[in-house]
Design a protein around this ligand. Structure first.
Ligand code: GLC
Length: 486
């Protein structure tokens, strides 16, 4: 009896301590919305640099592009809109998964030419890239030693191509043009027998066995993941960002940012991120880690998906948004117009974020021609107006109607972007800007236009008058930008 009482008492004290520690922890995190400033100063520096780059290229590419279906999700046994199985193999789950994995044997993207991509992305003003080295389906787009389900396997026809290690080719090509390099890596792996153990059928997106009951099996998965990330950090030159998707692979009771995963998680899926991070940062000092939606040391920026936050966030962030409707290649996908993309970029940057814009390469290894044409148009605009985008920060009131503001990080300059829903903006004859604290203006000009702009300052209001001849200047393109030096 006394033993039992003592045991219970100890347990109660331990539990109470845990609870108070946890609520302190939770309180602190809620205040900062879960974000923690990384304690490594080299990471802080790289993060600052990355924040100044504003515009990046995302690419979802895998064997799935051959069917033009959603990336990976059609093999996930969940009944959601985006997991629908289509086509001749859709009738049974097992038949479908087999056919899907068999796509490896026909994947031959012979038009693959990353130099063409860099050229287009660079012209558009993109400054970093994030590429799907492995998505949830587990197909490795790099030469891993951990599995044969990879682009460089003899089973994949493209393996005989000298550029078959596409991750390496892409990273090299973009590095040469000084892009920061990001490796997207899915933590869940729906091909690995250590994640979806063939002993059980897969049930949903989660691991299909309880890691607590089968620790040896889970350890194998941890080792597999660690080794694959280690390969990516060792053999692919300088990597700046490790962008890890699949937020349900996480220790239970960790705090969520942006997405509420807790409902969807069946098991504790701790893959030992501290160990992965220590290894990765030893090989890649200053590596930015994006353990998406898992608040803490390893989510160095947050990643709102297909959306733009209503106002600035109190930490570094990046909206990832598709140029078409889909992350993966879909023939005849509907692409956003250049004006829509430029407006998105402006809105995001005015709120202190970055835009990571996705283009899905097709099965032949190239993009839809529409994507090139959009990048060309964006580049034409950036050439004139990019100085208001890069190395800037948010400044209150961030926006007024269709006018968005940024402030240069390096000089006393504010930029006012006048956006439009047309492919060429028409300026109103008069606009009034309310920038608090800026009441001594040295000069105002319109980017790309040499004619003088007339303005007056009255307390905190700057009134700009635009002559008729300036209102429709062809050089203004999708959005016109006033440069306000003070
Ligand atoms: C969504 C998709 C996933 C994709 C990701 C990119 O979560 O389900 O497939 O990789 O967005 O942000």
């Amino acid at each position: 009896m006394p033993y039992k009482f003592n045991y219970m008492k100890k347990n109660i004290i331990f539990f109470a301590l845990q609870l108070s520690f946890y609520s302190l922890f939770a309180q602190e995190h809620q205040m900062s919305k879960g974000y923690i400033i990384p304690n490594d100063t080299i990471v802080q520096h790289k993060l600052k640099k990355w924040q100044g780059l504003k515009f990046g290229l995302f690419m979802h590419w895998g064997t799935y592009s051959q069917w033009g279906v959603v990336e990976s999700w059609s093999i996930c046994p969940e009944d959601e809109g985006w997991t629908q199985r289509k086509g001749p193999y859709g009738a049974t789950y097992n038949g479908y998964k087999m056919a899907y994995e068999n796509l490896q044997t026909t994947f031959n993207p012979t038009k693959f030419n990353p130099n063409k991509w860099v050229k287009a992305a660079k012209y558009a003003g993109m400054k970093y890239i994030v590429f799907t080295t492995k998505h949830h389906d587990g197909f490795s787009m790099f030469d891993t030693k951990e599995t044969d389900y990879k682009i460089t396997s003899a089973k994949t026809p493209f393996s005989s191509n000298p550029k078959s290690n596409v991750t390496k080719e892409i990273f090299n090509a973009f590095s040469k043009e000084n892009f920061l390099i990001g490796a997207y890596f899915s933590k869940p792996d729906w091909h690995s027998e250590y994640y979806w153990w063939p002993y059980f059928p897969p049930k949903d997106r989660n691991v299909n066995y309880d890691p607590a009951k089968h620790p040896q099996q889970w350890q194998k998965f941890k080792d597999f993941t660690y080794n694959q990330i280690s390969e990516l950090m060792t053999d692919y030159g300088k990597v700046d960002i490790l962008w890890m998707d699949g937020g349900w692979v996480r220790p239970k009771n960790t705090i969520d940012t942006l997405v509420d995963w807790q409902k969807a998680i069946t098991f504790n899926q701790d893959i030992d991120m501290p160990k992965i991070a220590a290894m990765a940062r030893k090989k890649q000092p200053g590596l930015i880690m994006v353990d998406r939606t898992v608040a803490g040391q390893y989510e160095n920026y947050t990643t709102p998906e297909q959306q733009v936050p209503e106002s600035p966030l109190n930490h570094p962030w990046e909206s990832c948004i598709t140029m078409g409707n889909s992350w993966s290649y879909v023939p005849g996908d509907h692409y956003k117009s250049a004006n829509q993309i430029i407006s998105l970029l402006i809105k995001i940057v005015s709120r202190g974020g970055n835009l990571l814009m996705n283009i899905g390469p097709g099965p032949d290894g190239d993009w839809d021609p529409v994507a090139y044409s959009r990048l060309q148009q964006i580049g034409n605009w950036i050439k004139i107006n990019g100085e208001g985008i890069y190395a800037s920060s948010a400044i209150a009131p961030y926006s007024e109607n269709n006018i968005y503001y940024t402030k240069s990080d390096n000089s006393n300059t504010v930029y006012a972007f006048v956006t439009s829903d047309k492919e060429a903006v028409t300026l109103p004859s008069k606009i009034t800007l309310h920038l608090k604290g800026i009441n001594k203006v040295k000069n105002i000009s319109l980017l790309g236009v040499s004619k003088k702009v007339r303005w007056t300052v009255n307390k905190d209001a700057i009134a700009i008058e635009t002559s008729e001849s300036l209102q429709n200047q062809s050089g203004l393109l999708q959005a016109a930008v006033y440069k306000i030096q003070y």
